[in-house]
Design a protein around this ligand. Sequence first.
Ligand SMILES: *Cc1c(COP(=O)(O)O)cnc(C)c1O
Ligand SMILES: [Zn+2]
Length: 412
Amino acid sequence: MKKIEGLRCVECASEFSLAAAKYDCPRCRGNLSVVYDYKAVRKTLSRRSLKADTERGLWRYLDVLPLAGRSGIPPVQVGWTPLYHANRLGAALGLKKLYLKDDGRNPSASFKDRASAVVAARAFETGEKTVAGASTGNAAASLACMMAQREAKPVIFVPRTAPPAKLAQLLVFGAVVLSVDGAYDQAFDLCRQACDEFGWYNRNTGYNPFTREGKKTCAFELCEQLDWKVPDLVFVSVGDGNIISGLWKGFTDFRDLGLIDKLPRLVAVQAEGSAAITNAWKNGGPIRPVDGRTVADSISVSLPRDGAAAVKALKESGGFAVLVSDREILAAIPALARGASVFAEPAGAAAYAGLAKCAASGKVRENDSVVIVVTGSGLKDIASAMKVSGRPHEVGTSMATVRRVAAREKIS
Ligand SMILES: *Cc1c(COP(=O)(O)O)cnc(C)c1O
Ligand SMILES: [Zn+2]
């Protein structure tokens, strides 16, 4: 592919041609990153070409995606999700320029569709038949969605504890679902073994270098939707670290293409019980596994699969990491819903919990322009939402009780 120079290892910086490496670094097993011929891409991609493009979705960035053409593109709208100026929510935190990117508005209701769409298209182009993936739920649901109209069913490895809504998505879209008696980490390893044995194409986050390429498109959209005024800070929840490394790839790709000259600071929000990337960022050492446990299942990760690239994104962007408790995560769900009309799953609301903490401690200032990325829809995990949202009033069929509730709730 002419627009791609090759793949560069995130850890040892060795470079390989696209043909020479399929997943991780043949030399050190680090993850690989796609390097474009930015000079060549500049000739076709510009602010003006983007402005004239009427496509509403991530394929508007095809010039800087690892695809030869449009033949493998799943026929649903991925990306170009809404960006809201969240005035009310911002005011509550003392922020004037708070924006909310609602990636729960993707076809399978999470950010993961960006990665699955690109990997599915790539698999089609390169003639891969069966695609497999391991996931806490969302990556799987999105792969199943993107592959639904293909002949070969995708093979999905999920932990038995995945929320029922995510399992329902997998089954409805027709994937072959393998429920693993373990956590995400065991599912990931089993998936890799199966891919090795059967020759299936592995979508696993980070290990497959093209997941980051899909995820970077969110950064592209932020630049365009903010009319090229790059924000000061972007808050996002972090498990494997692939979304945050993808956002960083997006911003740096746009810089290397001469489309922006400023870069944002990225903020990784992690759950206290799943903080491997935060630990590595703080200690300056390598990623060490933790015993990942949090109510936010999508960021419950023991060994982050794109940890090195995530820490690099934090360092290079001058950003930082912040930890939030499960209680703060759950409280953020109704806060986001009532302050911005967006219903997020726990991992999606975590970004807001992190911002609330930083705004309270003065780490974020009134005039900073801040984006929170809401990575998944609240309908993915209603059990968690119901824990913190109250209960309906039982009124039987009695008008008298309706009157009592109206009085108690001061409804006139
Ligand atoms: C996957 C996911 C994340 C975290 O992304 P990583 O790449 O694992 O860091 C956050 N929120 C939701 C809803 C997710 O599905
Ligand atoms: Zn390497």
